[in-house]
Ligand binder design. Structure first.
Ligand code: ATP
Ligand code: MG
Length: 582
């Protein structure tokens, strides 16, 4: 399919152009929303309204919106009407406790239904929602709540006692603590369950304006101190359209996104985009477990599945035979985000699930998918795909003044023309850091990439992770992908180390597949394999074995940590570190 046809299809279906609010206004219910909201001048726009109430208004209230699976094997179903009512109750509770439009509510809990109700109820009430990982320690929670000037938090009693109580008084703005799992809240806290039960199901959706702050998302902290990216209600255009383009979301489809709402994917595509698109959203409270995941895909007849390279590599590590007993015939679209997806993994998806994984690229800052292997395109394994309709992306030579576009095949910084609706509006309290991301009319992503002659984008590495060796520029991703093609290698992290003659040399950290043991011979064999694939200048000089690599909670390998340790430098901000190296 060519871009012309995509544009035509878009026009025929009345899809919202990602960067054109006027066109988007026609495709959305901006005006109906405005009517519902008492005909505010200029119209109101509210993410929660688009995600829930709108479907009820259109007679789809009985459709299953959320099917939740508890760790203990229990499950709960919510229709669109159920969620509309539950979020109205939540919004009423916030109002009853004096919270007002623009106040900030944080969530700090596992993937329980209350988290989803809180997210959308908060937006419905016109408050700003900021989700945090429940596994964060007390300090990372406190810092993020300080940055975001939290007014309220929804959490569990045990998390509160262990991670909040000790510093709560140090954040005067934090007035309210709602606890989801108790009817007898400790002093200074409110039991959410009874409050919800007592609240009314009627709530007039807050008349938020398109530019009102809606979400604060903290970046993954892979390259340094996490930033608080601010998103507005208008982002919902992008959530809706990108979900349709890049994930093929359609009303009634059974969709599973494995990301935790503690980071942006789990909110944009784990809550908002699917519900705005009218799908049935599956949520699993448990973490990755091979048989549980395969069982869920089969039993629930999942059609569309959005997951991440780190999970795919875990499945690959378990081998194809582990998937054999399962029937995945209902699956029709698989997508991946978060880290570069090794070509090996794309092909593996096809072999095991009958469909390849569609890689797509975006960031906390972009709020939604920007570059993707769309369903209608030929996938080039290892490529991130092409920009979505309405998105202008380029690879830039940022050393030039003014900066200029690179030739096909030349590596440069991946950049976007600003203006799409889900673009961050600032980094909270870090205007200077935010301003630095723009130059000559471009938003600079901090990632390096190259574009081929067919217009596909290829990820090279983070600008910070680029290795310069004997005049070669080496992207860690290329080396890591070559390494995991070796049968023994499950996962690889690659860094550059200073070297007197070469400038830098490549060092690789690898974890092994079951059945392989670290040995000098294996090390030599892996280096030999890499040399053959990459050439001696690019192949790692040294390969070391690890059981696990250091990773963020969102599943990204923290190369900077490997490097800092190797060089004896300070480790920097490791608040998002989940698994350490071992
Ligand atoms: P920080 O900005 O705090 O260092 P982070 O960049 O890891 O953290 P996120 O916004 O969660 O925080 O991640 C976005 C980054 O993840 C992208 O800039 C890119 O480096 C990487 N990424 C996401 N998807 C892909 C993909 N499909 N291919 C390659 N890299 C990807
Ligand atoms: Mg980043």
């Amino acid at each position: 399919m060519t871009w012309d046809t995509i544009a035509k299809t878009r026009a025929e279906r009345g899809f919202a152009a990602l960067s054109d609010p006027d066109e988007a206004r026609q495709a959305f219910h901006w005006d109906q929303a405005a009517e519902m909201l008492d005909g505010l001048p200029g119209g109101g726009l509210n993410i929660a309204y688009e995600a829930l109430d709108r479907h009820v208004l259109h007679g789809d209230g009985d459709r299953l919106a959320l099917r939740w699976f508890g760790k203990d094997g229990s499950s709960l179903d919510y229709s669109y009407a159920d969620l509309t009512r539950a979020t109205a109750r939540f919004a009423n509770v916030l109002r009853d406790h004096g919270l007002e439009r623009g106040d900030r509510l944080y969530s700090l809990m596992g993937r329980k239904p209350e988290l989803y109700i809180a997210a959308l109820g908060t937006l419905k009430a016109g408050l700003v929602f900021s989700p945090l990982f429940s596994a964060f320690g007390p300090e990372p929670i406190r810092t993020r709540m300080e940055i975001g000037e939290a007014n309220a938090v929804v959490t569990t009693e045990s998390i509160y006692r262990r991670k909040i109580a000790q510093w709560r008084d140090a954040i005067p703005s934090l007035k309210l603590v709602f606890l989801t799992d108790t009817d007898n809240a400790p002093e200074g806290c409110i039991a959410l369950g009874p409050a919800l039960a007592a609240a009314s199901e009627d709530f007039e959706v807050a008349p938020t304006a398109p530019e009102d702050m809606a979400l604060i998302h903290f970046t993954s902290g892979t390259t340094g101190r996490p930033k608080g990216a601010v998103h507005v209600h208008q982002a919902v255009y992008a959530h809706a359209a990108t979900g349709r383009f890049a994930l093929n979301l359609r009303p009634g489809a059974i969709y599973w996104c494995t990301a935790d709402p503690g980071w942006v994917t789990g909110t944009s595509y784990g809550i908002i985009s699917p519900l705005v698109n009218g799908v049935t959203l599956l949520v699993d409270e448990a973490e990755f477990d091979l048989d549980r995941w395969y069982g869920l895909l089969q039993r629930e007849k999942v059609e569309i599945w959005y997951t991440a390279p780190t999970a795919i590599r875990m499945m690959m590590r378990a081998g194809k035979d582990a998937a054999k007993p399962y029937d995945f015939s209902q699956l029709r679209f698989l997508a991946s985000v978060g880290e570069p997806l090794n070509p090996e993994a794309v092909v593996w998806g096809k072999q095991v699930f009958g469909h390849p994984f569609h890689d797509n690229w975006w960031q906390t800052e972009t709020g939604g998918i920007m570059i993707a292997n769309l369903a209608a395109m030929d996938i080039k394994p290892g490529s991130m795909g092409k920009p979505l309709p309405g998105i202008i992306a380029a690879v830039l030579d940022t050393d030039a003044t003014p900066i200029r576009e690179c030739r096909p095949g030349q590596v440069g910084e991946l950049a976007l023309r600003p203006g799409w609706p889900s673009m961050m509006r600032t980094y909270l309290h870090e205007q200077a850091r935010y301003n630095k991301t723009f130059r000559d009319g471009w938003y600079l992503s901090g990632d390096l990439a190259m574009q081929d002659a067919d217009g596909y984008f290829w990820f090279v590495g983070r600008a910070d992770d680029l290795i310069k060796s004997s005049g070669h520029l080496i992207g860690p991703f290329e080396v890591e992908s070559a390494l995991i093609e070796h049968p023994a290698v499950a996962e690889a992290g690659v860094i550059g180390l200073p070297d007197e003659t070469a400038g830098e040399v490549v060092k690789a950290y690898v974890s092994l597949n079951p059945g392989y043991e670290p040995s000098e011979e294996l090390e030599r064999d892996i280096r030999g394999h890499a040399r053959k694939k990459l050439g001696p200048a690019v192949a790692p000089r040294e390969v070391v074995f690890r059981n696990t690599l250091p990773k963020t909670r969102s599943g990204k390998i923290m190369r900077r940590l490997l490097k800092a340790r190797e060089l004896g430098l300070p480790e920097g901000d490791i608040s998002t570190l989940e698994t350490d190296e071992s």
